[in-house]
Design a binder for this molecule. Structure first.
Ligand SMILES: Cc1cc2nc3c(=O)[nH]c(=O)nc-3n(C[C@H](O)[C@H](O)[C@H](O)COP(=O)(O)OP(=O)(O)OC[C@H]3O[C@@H](n4cnc5c(N)ncnc54)[C@H](O)[C@@H]3O)c2cc1C
Length: 245
């Protein structure tokens, strides 16, 4: 893998341990919204690196939406970084969680848990997704209200696009006005997710899902019962997935 040195330009803390870092790394090659880069730190034992979805569109400062995993290896080091710090960034993005790999549909469901919101932020900031899909439903599953990041930006999309854009926050550990309570899977089964979204997930939809592997597996099973399956070039379907671990 080829590396370049980046400089942390800003750090925004959304809630304890949940943050967005903007990194300047002009040698990073252009990429598709939804792809990921590696962030790496040199240590005496060798380099430690992990993949992170880019939350910004190509051409901007690189933005990463990251959660501190207390028991993790890299995130405690990233969490300590402040503006001015230097960090390794892979030069070439990778991954197929992009609109290029999504089938055409009238409605695009963008479903993410936690920091699985990141690739959708990159997509929503670019014109293609708005041109290609009549309706976008962004579903963000989190534990606490405080974990709902990017709220001002998301509210801006609602204001700008009216009924073409629906934001459905799903909170599992506390009740909050305007949000669904529970897990995304439960809200699909009890109908509340589709009621709030005023859309139905059907074989005519495209469903992107990103984040926690349990959510991805359970959703894929539930959607399979409705006749939806993974989209592949050789075997067109509806579901496109990015697993974070
Ligand atoms: C394609 C891809 C894109 C990714 N994009 C992001 C991103 O945009 N933001 C981000 O925060 N992470 C992202 N991840 C996860 C990231 O690569 C690391 O696994 C994570 O930051 C933990 O690293 P660590 O070294 O601190 O923990 P490790 O020592 O590697 O421990 C890994 C464990 O941490 C937990 N974990 C990993 N990621 C998360 C997470 N996002 N939320 C909650 N628990 C987690 C899991 O239990 C996992 O088994 C992505 C992973 C992949 C494969």
């Amino acid at each position: 893998m080829e590396w370049t040195e980046g400089v942390v330009r800003s750090k925004r803390i959304w809630s304890p341990g949940l943050f967005t870092m903007a990194i300047e790394a002009p040698e990073v090659q252009t990429f598709e919204p939804g792809q990921f880069l590696q962030l790496g730190i040199e240590r005496p034992e060798g380099q430690l690196h992990r993949p992170y979805s880019v939350a910004s569109p190509p051409g901007d400062l690189l933005e990463f939406f990251i959660v501190l995993v207390e028991t993790g290896q890299l995130t405690p080091l990233l969490w300590q970084m402040e503006p001015g710090a230097r960090i390794g960034v892979s030069k070439k993005a990778a991954g197929g969680f992009t609109l290029k790999r999504c089938p055409d549909a009238s409605t695009l469901w963008m479903i993410g848990t936690g920091t699985g919101l990141a690739p959708y932020i990159a997509m929503l900031r670019c014109p293609e997704v708005w041109q290609r899909y009549e309706k976008l439903v962004l579903v963000h599953g989190v534990r606490h209200v405080a974990d709902l990041a990017y709220q001002d930006e998301i509210a801006g999309y609602s204001e700008q696009w009216g009924s073409r854009f629906v934001f459905a926050p799903v909170i599992s550990r506390e009740q909050a006005p305007g949000a669904l309570f529970g897990r995304i899977t439960r809200c699909l089964v009890d109908g509340s997710l589709e009621t709030i979204s005023q859309s139905r997930i059907s074989p005519e939809s495209c469903v992107m899902m990103c984040g926690n592997p349990d959510m991805l597996d359970e959703m894929e099973k539930l959607l399979g019962e409705r006749g939806l399956h993974r989209h592949r070039h050789s075997h067109p379907g509806q579901i496109v997935v990015e697993r974070y671990w």
